[in-house]
Write a new protein. Structure first.
Length: 206
């Protein structure tokens, strides 16, 4: 029995590693990363927002835009869409000195926040905790030309539940996964290699 257990150990290790690698993980908190890509500024937003603790104050029309002095960023297409508006968070009222700028292009969900006006916008009818994804591009722009100060800015609300925050990273590369995915993949491959060696040893000699 002990010998069989030792022989099956690599298979068990491999199964755990592969399952962990491909299992569905809860959506991370909504984060927008604004980076310089060639001569353009590109914003990517993704993650989920937990509306618990926020106060719904109705709806309005909004589209992609940014203003450093208003602490305003809305990701998505510049066209106007219906969005639900919420209040009740704390965070910075500005992230630069720039006035209002519209993106050259954008797509995805219309999501945004304004620290000075005190509103958070999500797609109308948004289900709390649902994953969001969007992007927008400002052609021939830099942080300086849009009056944006590089750094990490965070707005939060509620009682510390998961995804009760909105993060803007200006000039950063986002939050890495700490190498977890690579580690699990390597671990799984080691398990497969060990299993292969065991199977060779167990193969009957003809």
């Amino acid at each position: 029995m002990k010998a069989l257990t030792r022989k099956l150990l690599p298979l068990t290790v491999c199964a755990i590693a592969v399952t962990s690698l491909f299992s569905v993980r809860p959506a991370q908190a909504y984060t927008v990363t604004l980076k310089q890509v060639g001569s353009n500024l590109v914003a990517h937003g993704s993650g989920a927002i937990n509306l618990t603790g926020l106060i719904g104050v109705g709806s309005t029309m909004s589209g992609g835009r940014i203003s450093g002095n208003l602490g305003l960023i809305v990701t998505g297409a510049p066209s106007l869409f219906n969005v639900g508006v919420y209040d009740g968070f704390t965070g910075p009222s500005s992230f630069g000195s720039g006035n209002l700028f519209l993106p050259s292009s954008g797509s995805g969900d219309v999501v945004g926040i304004s620290g000075s006006a005190g509103f958070l916008a999500v797609p109308l009818g948004y289900g709390s905790g649902t994953a969001l994804s969007d992007s927008m591009t400002f052609n021939s722009a830099t942080f300086a030309s849009l009056g944006l100060t590089p750094g990490t800015y965070e707005w939060s609300w509620g009682t510390g539940l998961r995804n009760q925050n909105f993060t803007l990273i200006i000039g950063g590369a986002g939050v890495p996964d700490g190498g977890t995915t690579v580690f699990l993949l390597g671990f799984g491959l080691l398990g497969l290699a060990a299993l292969r060696r065991k199977l060779k040893l167990l193969k009957p000699i003809s």
